[in-house]
Design a protein around this ligand. Structure first.
Ligand SMILES: Cc1ncc(COP(=O)(O)O)c(C=O)c1O
Length: 435
């Protein structure tokens, strides 16, 4: 093999790449390239490595399992690990959810939740919310409205999906109360005009809009959805693919609000990097999903993700990671709000736990994607990995691993302060001293 050619050129160009980093090792919040150069990963691989990169307990569990058994197809000969993991999850899940279906990715779990909802209710339609991201398979693409790029030139989107407003108080220039009232009123219009209650199988909601802009759903909005689900017999499906596993300062985001899901979807943080996702529901709901009408080769059968997930739960509980996420998230938001006070380009700082968004606006209050990208690039220049999000791509999102220390949060805030100073429009205050 010639050494001058980069083998990465064989990868499909459909995946854009944020950085030139080629990591060969990870430890906690850090990634290292082949030369041993250290980067700080405040993306957690898009919200996956909540326990940090290569947590020793997760690695040990995977290594031990690899020496025993790699695969036992769940429908042929079920690994005891599948039952063990389901039992551990049931003990953690809210709202009496006591049955678990395993699959591999967030999108597959979302698809499964929709198929379950349709079977359990005998109804065809699903309500999603403007700005949501639920995945990129054919069905979940139709449920995703965070950006047009995810649906661009893929004709014949799956049917039966209706989009209702998500209360975006900041964008709408409203108080949260007014935004919730408006969004719920529009949902009632939709239930009159587009999908009759007896044709509505589910409301599917991210409790913090993720890819759509890191926007927490207000409690009263979630309560409003719960009330409408109860009144119509539709299921309330909470997509905790990104918010689950301690990310928002509780094991599950919906616990902040005491809103009971009928179906909960989890993925990302569950396997600490090994692909595994799950759908949880109550026994009576799952009992309506006729045997054989859904399934897959790998879900619940690939034992390394199962072992990784069991170790992940041990780490979450043993190291009290949700509590650390709450404390470090409060520190991060306070630091970002100090920067906001000195920089008129930061329109909003918001979030829950370690799921925090910084929204950039121009002098007229319009979305400023160019500044968000420039600040992100400046951070990359100091080897701090941060992602953007939002329909207008003008939000920088902060999702460090939940093992992050207060020192590393302070370091990242100092890098961000320098990035703000370096990217402030001419004549604007902003940026501050740097550190
Ligand atoms: C809330 C939410 N749902 C679903 C998905 C899809 O997950 P996956 O990329 O594993 O298919 C994502 C991915 O970012 C997500 O954030």
């Amino acid at each position: 093999m010639t050494r001058d050619a980069d083998p990465l050129r064989y990868l499909a160009p459909v995946t854009p790449r944020l950085s030139g980093l080629r990591p060969v090792r990870g430890e906690g919040v850090h990634l290292f390239d082949g030369e041993g150069t250290r980067w700080t990963d405040f993306t957690s691989g898009i919200g996956v490595v909540n326990t940090g990169h290569a947590h020793p307990r997760v690695v040990a569990a995977v290594r031990a399992q690899a020496e025993r058994l790699l695969f036992a197809q769940i429908g042929v000969a079920t690994s005891p690990l599948a039952g063990e993991l389901a039992e551990r999850l049931v003990a953690l899940l809210p709202g009496g959810l006591d049955r678990v279906f395993f699959t591999n990715s967030g999108a597959e779990a979302t698809e499964a939740a929709v198929k379950l909802s349709r079977h359990a209710t005998g109804r065809p339609n699903v309500v999603v919310f403007q700005g949501s991201f639920h995945g990129r398979t054919h069905l979940t693409m139709a449920m995703t409205t965070s950006k047009t790029v995810y649906r661009h030139r893929y004709p014949n989107l799956a049917g039966g999906i209706v989009v209702a407003p998500f209360p975006h108080a900041f964008r709408w220039g409203m108080t949260e109360e007014a935004a919730v009232d408006f969004a719920l009123a529009e949902l009632d219009v939709l239930l009159k005009g587009q999908t009759a209650p007896d044709e509505t199988a589910a409301f599917v909601i991210e409790p913090v809009l993720g890819e759509g802009g890191y926007l927490p759903a207000p409690r009263r909005f979630l309560e409003g959805l719960r009330a409408r689900a109860d009144a119509t017999g539709a299921l309330l499906v909470i997509d905790e693919v990104q918010t689950g596993f301690g990310r928002t300062g509780r094991m599950w985001c919906c616990e902040h609000h005491g809103v009971r899901p009928d179906v909960l979807i989890m993925a990302k943080g569950l396997g600490s990097g090994l692909p595994i996702s799950a759908v949880a529901a109550r026994e009576e709901t799952m009992a309506r999903w006729e045997p054989g009408t859904h399934g897959g080769t790998y879900g619940g059968g690939s034992t390394l993700p199962l072992a990784a997930a069991l170790a992940t739960i041990d780490v979450m509980q043993g190291e009290r990671l949700p509590a650390n996420a709450a404390a470090r998230g409060a520190q991060l938001i306070a630091g970002l709000r100090e920067l906001q006070a000195r920089d008129p380009g930061i329109g909003d700082v918001r979030g829950l736990g370690l799921m925090v968004g910084v929204e950039f606006v121009d002098r007229d209050g319009r979305p400023d994607a160019a500044r968000a990208k420039a600040a992100q690039r400046a951070c990359l220049g100091e080897r701090l990995l941060l992602l953007t999000c939002g329909t207008f791509e003008n939000v920088i999102r902060w999702i460090p691993p939940l093992v992050v220390s207060d020192e590393r949060i302070d370091d990242a805030l100092a890098v961000f302060a320098r990035a703000l100073a370096a990217t402030a429009p001419a004549g604007a205050a902003g940026g501050g001293e740097g550190d």
